[in-house]
Design a protein around this ligand. Structure first.
Ligand code: EPU
Length: 441
């Protein structure tokens, strides 16, 4: 198993480029199953979750051509299967998007319960609510563990036809909103989805599907309306093939991670290829800590630096669905707060168990206490290197930032978590002056 080895203390300076968004592309790739013509997807990040999505598509019968870095041509016309192989479904959360996409395509879908980061309970009841509202029968298939105890191991969906409905989600859920869109896009009639999540990746999925011929409005608000269409052919006339290219939106969380890395190392970094308004709440909380964050809106750049002699100040962070502070930035932000004078409070309102990184940061000298739904952080003068692990994807990003800001050597194991969501992180950080290497153990 490989590990990351970081010699901390280098100020990060220069230019770094953000890749396409993980949480967009993992929905857009399954969505290609709904298309009646091939398409080209650009700005695809080189991460393991994408590899799994592509493997699932291939296993279902899609043809995938890698046209160049981050660019794939995907043709799904010969897909006949509707069952996601268990070995892939269990490797990532987003495998559940194949349920919505396959249901929308052929009225049938089967997949093992999705894997991904453990952040507490991750039910899919709202996804099932949407599928059922459109007319699907859902069957939860029970498996038995080694002790003979039963648990839901897989989901099977079947619909003779999908008919539009008025769906009100009981919980604001990114995944359920995406799956409701995927399954409703070709349903008969006009579907209305209320209490939707508003994240940039939801808008990106809707933009992609609309570009290919869907009629989705309201993405990015709490209410999405979908007029079902019988075909998704882009601009191609019946019998002809016009291959359209779609570029995945930049990754808000990767950008935010680089912003915090620049700040925590007291660096001066231009982060390119971002959509600045996606980063507003992250930038606001960082500014409260005394970090300079300048969005250069028309140039898709955010400039992050720390004034000479400025000390970071404590602040409070509450995670919320978009446009609030993203839960996926909470562990990274905790590193900046660990270096900020005074007492900061974090309240985690999305996931019940997203603090596994705290133990690792404590090994590096951070002073953090856990509360019922959050953490209290007392700033320390500095962090020191240690042997730590990446407990999950964003926890891994947090220990990378901590290692960059710390004195001495940090070794990070379990880096497969980081590779699920950060494209070429070692090369990118080395490009702005980090001393970080991937080493085979
Ligand atoms: N929830 C339910 N029932 C459902 C679905 C969700 O109760 O059927 C609850 C969850 O338990 C949670 C809340 O609703 O408390 C929000 O969950 P959501 O469905 O929005 O999360 P998700 O779709 O499973 C996506 C991202 C996560 C990110 C969350 C919140 C993907 C593949 N994953 O998960 O990303 O934390 O939205 O923004 O898009 C990450 O990238 O590190 C990551 C974990």
């Amino acid at each position: 198993m490989d590990k990351l080895v970081i010699q901390g203390g280098n100020r990060l300076t220069g230019d770094i480029y953000v890749s396409g968004a993980k949480n967009s592309v993992v929905a857009i790739l399954p969505a290609t199953l709904l298309l009646d013509v091939p398409c080209i997807i650009e700005n695809v990040p080189d991460i393991s979750d994408v590899k799994i999505c592509l493997s699932i598509l291939e296993s279902l019968g899609a043809q995938i051509d890698h046209l160049g870095e981050g660019t794939y041509k995907i043709s799904c016309e010969y897909v006949r299967d509707y069952e996601v192989p268990e070995k892939y479904a269990q490797k990532m959360r987003a495998s559940y998007y194949f349920l919505g996409a396959l249901l929308g395509r052929c009225g049938r879908a089967k997949a093992a319960m999705p894997g991904g980061c453990y952040l507490g309970e991750r039910p899919i009841d709202q996804h099932l609510l949407a599928f059922e509202a459109l007319g699907a029968d859902t069957t939860l298939i029970e498996y038995k563990n080694d002790d003979g105890v039963g648990y839901v191991g897989a989901v099977e969906l079947h619909a003779k036809e999908l008919n539009a409905n008025h769906i009100t989600l009981n919980v604001v859920s990114v995944g359920a909103t995406m799956n409701a869109i995927l399954s409703a896009v070709k349903a008969h009639g006009t579907t209305v989805i209320e209490n939707c999540a508003r994240e940039p990746h939801i808008v990106d999925l809707a933009n992609f599907l609309n570009y290919m011929g869907a009629h989705i409005s309201g993405a990015g608000t709490h209410k999405i309306t979908i007029e079902g269409v019988s075909e998704l052919r882009g601009n191609a006339a019946e019998g002809s093939v016009e291959i359209r290219s779609y570029s995945v939106v930049p990754d808000q969380i990767e950008a935010g991670t680089f912003m915090i890395a620049a700040a925590a190392t007291r660096g001066d970094v231009y982060i390119h290829g971002v959509i600045p308004h996606h980063l507003r709440d992250i930038a606001d909380r960082m500014a409260e800590c005394g970090v300079e964050v300048e969005a250069i809106e028309n140039e898709d750049i955010v400039h992050v630096y720390v004034k000479e002699g400025a000390a970071f100040q404590a602040t409070n962070v509450v995670t919320e669905p978009y446009p609030g502070f993203p839960t996926d930035m909470q562990p990274q932000m905790a590193v900046l707060l660990a270096l900020s004078e005074g007492q900061s409070n974090i309240t985690e309102s999305v996931w019940e168990d997203r603090f596994k990184y705290v133990e690792e940061l404590r090994l590096m000298g951070a002073n953090i206490d856990l509360t019922r739904d959050g953490a209290i952080i007392w700033g320390v003068n500095g962090l020191h290197g240690a042997k730590v692990k990446a407990c999950d994807l964003r926890a891994g990003a947090a220990v990378v930032i901590a290692g960059l800001a710390a004195t001495g050597t940090t070794e990070i194991t379990d880096i497969h978590h980081i590779e699920r969501g950060y494209s070429h992180i070692v090369e990118k950080l080395r490009g702005i002056g980090a001393d970080i290497q991937r080493v085979s153990e």
